[in-house]
Design a protein around this ligand. Structure first.
Ligand code: DLL
Length: 427
């Protein structure tokens, strides 16, 4: 197919052969240059030479976020500091900080994979890409930027925030591609409406949204609002950044894992046992080409499943339901904010801006869903009753619903805060 890398449509055997060669090289590179891997492989009784087929990877130990924290800042680096060209770091809001490094070759492959992702979304050389992912230590902005340039796009590096300016730039510069978190894309859409700008007439064609969980209903909302095709892009800074997997516009059936550079597995999060393709569990990635910081069997905490290839021969991941650490456990029932989002969006009176609060009353955990009405809709209490009923029926929990006026829930220019857990605090 025109414009695709040959490997995107290679046979499964060809992909497996390439993965095996790269995996052996990566295991060897990690074992030779990172004391942590030398130690953990020895503890598990394995050696890089033990990998004969891809299935042998299951004998190697996992790497976790805690290993990255313990190694802060450079303990997992496999190249000399002088070979490192970029450092990204997590803020450490939910724990201590972590640092991820890239060599020039790592940055080149990253740009190439984001270019491939934008191409899969329908982007082409000569188009203009408006990048509203945050620039800085977060990998979204710089990752998207390098990929769009690599594809041959003109980049508008606007970053997140200053929403009125975003709308003005969309009107004036007429980009075909919008890259942002889905929640921030929605904020931009609302701003268009507030300013009387017809978002469908902006000339946008593709939206490439990710960095947080979102629902099919949100896809429909964004596609109809902007008159675009919206696709899901997945990635994480530890493994690279955006572009580990990305969806094809012709199928829109889950992000394709760029398997020539990342080897995916799904495991049972409790036992660590490898699960068959199609089974839901925790995503685990092994990098196949990263030089500065190779990661072996990195546990993402993201819950998904591996699906067979469709538009490409490489496997897909199912839409990420959420992370095991933002799964809400309410009186024994497990649910994700994205499931609540899907129910909210079924009701045309409600806007997709919401916040879930968890608190404790006496011994009982309670959930309150705060959600806004759409602009111009008067709240007569019926939407709240309907949502309460839907949450009970579909998710099996009783929630208190507070329907609030349009604009009352705090907006984010990056990843939206969807859950506030106040159960540990006195109310
Ligand atoms: O969010 C990288 C990225 C930037 C991806 C821009 C896509 C677009 P981190 O800040 O390290 O990196 O956060 C990674 O975000 O483990 C998931 O929990 C979540 N996440 C990322 N993409 C998706 C997605 C970037 N498409 C964490 N759907 C990951 C659901 C996502 N969750």
């Amino acid at each position: 197919m025109a414009g695709l890398d040959a490997i995107e449509t290679a046979s499964r055997d060809e992909i497996a052969a390439l993965q095996t060669v790269r995996l052996r090289r990566t295991l060897d590179h990690a074992w030779r240059n990172v004391p942590h891997y030398r130690r953990s492989f020895a503890e598990a009784g394995v050696h890089p030479g033990d990998l004969r087929t891809l299935d042998d990877l299951a004998r190697f130990p996992f790497t976790t976020k805690q290993h990255l924290r313990d190694a802060y800042p450079f303990g997992l680096f496999a190249v000399p500091r002088t070979d490192v060209r970029r450092l990204h770091a997590s803020s450490g809001t939910t724990g201590s900080a972590t640092v991820v490094g890239s060599t020039q070759a790592d940055l080149d492959i990253w740009a190439h994979l984001v270019a491939r992702s934008i191409h899969a979304a329908g982007g082409r050389a000569g188009m203009t890409a408006h990048i509203a992912y945050g620039y800085g230590l977060f990998t979204g902005g710089l990752g998207a930027h390098a990929g769009a340039e690599r594809l041959g796009c003109a980049v508008v590096p606007v970053s997140g925030g200053m929403t009125p300016r975003q709308v003005r730039l969309l009107c004036d510069l007429r980009p075909e591609i919008l890259m942002a978190t889905p929640s921030y894309a929605l904020v931009i859409l609302d701003e268009c409406r507030a300013r009387g700008v017809d978002a469908r007439a902006l000339g946008l064609r593709s939206g490439i949204f990710g960095a947080e969980p979102w629902s099919e209903a949100m896809r429909t909302e964004l596609e109809q609002g902007f008159g675009i095709d919206a696709v899901d892009i997945y990635g994480l800074s530890e493994v690279m950044g955006p572009g580990v997997a990305s969806e094809c516009v012709e199928s829109k059936d889950g992000p394709v894992v760029w398997e020539d550079h990342f080897y995916p597995e799904v495991i049972d999060p409790q036992s660590g046992a490898l699960l068959a393709d199609g089974q839901p569990g925790e995503l685990v990635f092994t990098t196949l080409s990263r030089q500065a910081m190779p990661l072996i069997r990195y546990r993402t905490r993201d819950l998904s499943c591996l699906l067979p290839g469709t538009a490409r021969t490489m496997r897909r991941i199912g839409r990420i339901a959420g992370r095991s650490d933002d799964m809400i456990v309410l009186r024994g029932v497990k649910l994700f904010p994205s499931q609540v989002e899907a129910l909210i969006l079924r009701d045309t009176r409600l806007a997709p801006h919401y916040l879930i609060e968890l608190h404790r009353e006496g011994r009982l955990d309670r959930m309150t869903v705060r959600v806004e009405t759409r602009d111009g809709v008067a709240d007569d209490g019926e939407a709240a009753a309907a949502l309460m009923h839907a949450v009970k029926e579909v998710l099996g929990v009783t929630a208190r619903i507070e329907v609030t006026a349009a604009g009352s829930i705090e907006r984010s220019a990056g990843k939206a805060l969807r859950v506030r857990d106040l159960r540990g605090t006195v109310r």
